[in-house]
Design a protein around this ligand. Structure first.
Ligand code: UDP
Length: 382
């Protein structure tokens, strides 16, 4: 390993963006990655059925940030992909987010206009002005019946907590539509990288100033890492401090057990993602990767997602108790002048992909006093 000006722990979104920014500013960058590959949880690869699959769950890029969109387009071509999700409820497949079709299918109603849907919502939801948790958020948006059918048990499976034990923001991620729009997201830009995410990351990290070492846990070698100007840490924040503030109450994360299966037929389900919000099955959703980009292959691959406590941390668990524990770590982290904590796990924030890009670009801009989105030539003098 060579000496570096900038040391980055983790080769996911935050790590890759910061590596690229500093490399283009003329700094020598060392990226240390514990796993055997780059791209963090966005990592994808071609599987035995010839299908591009994501190892750590489907990643759907969507953003309203023009600077992020412009940035990711420098490193890959993208094709438009408006993600849709169906949920299996009472034996029927219905769109989620809830829209007119969802209500008509589940209740046999004949709603046709936005006004009629507004009326249905007014009659069926609870008037909670400032929801203080996930349950109140869902009850105020979709009402008790849809809450029970589509959100309560899914949330319990996903988080091992009922919605009332989580921040309102978790359930507020899912909007309600008063029309027939069945897209999962409504952002201006919704797309997937033409050659996959791993290729996107390869391109972001492709710079002579960047050295990447894989299969090395930073904590095994941290006493050999010195002489840097700045270190960026993108792993779980509590690990960095040896869990010192959570010996009694641990900072919670959720992991996912991905169970993959080859089905010897052209397709298994009619959509890329089908959610199973009922108590009858233990998994939350089934992903059929072949749908993304309309891939061709003889067989198909499906992946069932079982959320668990054990294993690689994927999600922070947003609620007041965890926030309180996190704040103790943040106070420590803020004292370290040359070490910066960045990304979903280090900031303990439920970032979407574009927010992770944005956060890393903005951090670089703040630290180096530059505009995040201007051309790389502008960084020559740092
Ligand atoms: N959710 C739910 N039922 C669904 C989909 C989502 O109850 O069919 C809730 C659940 O609590 C989930 C949250 O909404 O964790 C956010 O969903 P999202 O699809 O954004 O989760 P992610 O894609 O990050 O796993």
């Amino acid at each position: 390993m060579r000496n570096a000006d900038i040391v980055i722990i983790g080769a996911g979104i935050s790590g890759a963006v910061l590596a690229e920014r500093y490399a283009n500013a003329g700094k020598k960058v060392l990226v240390i990655e514990k796993r055997s590959h780059i791209a963090g949880n966005c990592y994808d690869h071609i599987d035995d059925n010839g299908i591009l699959v994501s190892k750590y769950g489907a990643h759907l890029f969507h953003t309203n940030y023009e600077d992020v969109w412009e940035y990711v387009n420098r490193f890959s071509d993208w094709y438009p992909w408006e993600h849709k999700v169906l949920a299996k409820v009472d034996g029927q497949l219905v769109p989620i987010p809830v829209n007119i079709t969802t209500v008509n299918t589940l209740f046999g109603s004949d709603i046709n206009t936005e006004d009629e849907m507004d009326e249905w919502l007014a009659e069926n939801t609870l008037p909670i002005e400032n929801p203080s948790n996930g349950e109140e958020a869902a009850l105020s948006k979709v009402g008790p019946v849809l809450y029970e059918k589509m959100f309560k048990h899914y949330t319990k499976k996903q988080w091992d907590k009922y919605p009332e034990e989580l921040d309102a923001s978790v359930l507020n991620r899912i909007p309600v539509r008063t029309n027939h729009d069945d897209r999962y997201f409504s952002d201006i830009h919704q797309a997937l990288p033409k050659k996959g995410y791993t290729e996107l990351f390869r391109n972001i990290l492709d710079h002579p100033n960047i050295e990447i070492v894989l299969n090395i846990d930073y904590f095994d070698i941290c006493d050999q890492i010195e002489g840097y100007e700045k270190l960026f840490y993108t792993g779980p924040v509590d690990r960095f401090f040896d869990f010192k503030h959570s010996l009694k109450d641990k900072l919670e994360y959720r992991s996912i057990n991905f169970v993959s299966e080859t089905i010897e037929q052209p397709f298994f389900q009619e959509n890329s993602v089908v959610n199973y919000p009922g108590e009858d099955v233990a998994f939350t959703r089934i992903i059929e990767y072949k749908h993304f980009g309309n891939q061709q292959s003889e067989n198909t691959t499906v992946v069932r997602e079982y959320t668990t406590d054990e294993g690689e941390p994927y999600y922070p668990v947003p609620n007041p108790k965890n926030q309180q524990i996190y704040e103790r770590y943040k106070t420590e982290a803020d004292k370290l002048v040359d070490v910066h904590f960045v990304g979903r796990l280090a900031n303990y924030k439920y970032f979407n992909m574009d927010q992770a890009f944005k956060n890393a670009l903005d951090l670089f801009a703040t630290l180096e006093g530059q505009q995040a989105s201007v051309d790389t030539a502008a960084y020559e003098n740092i």
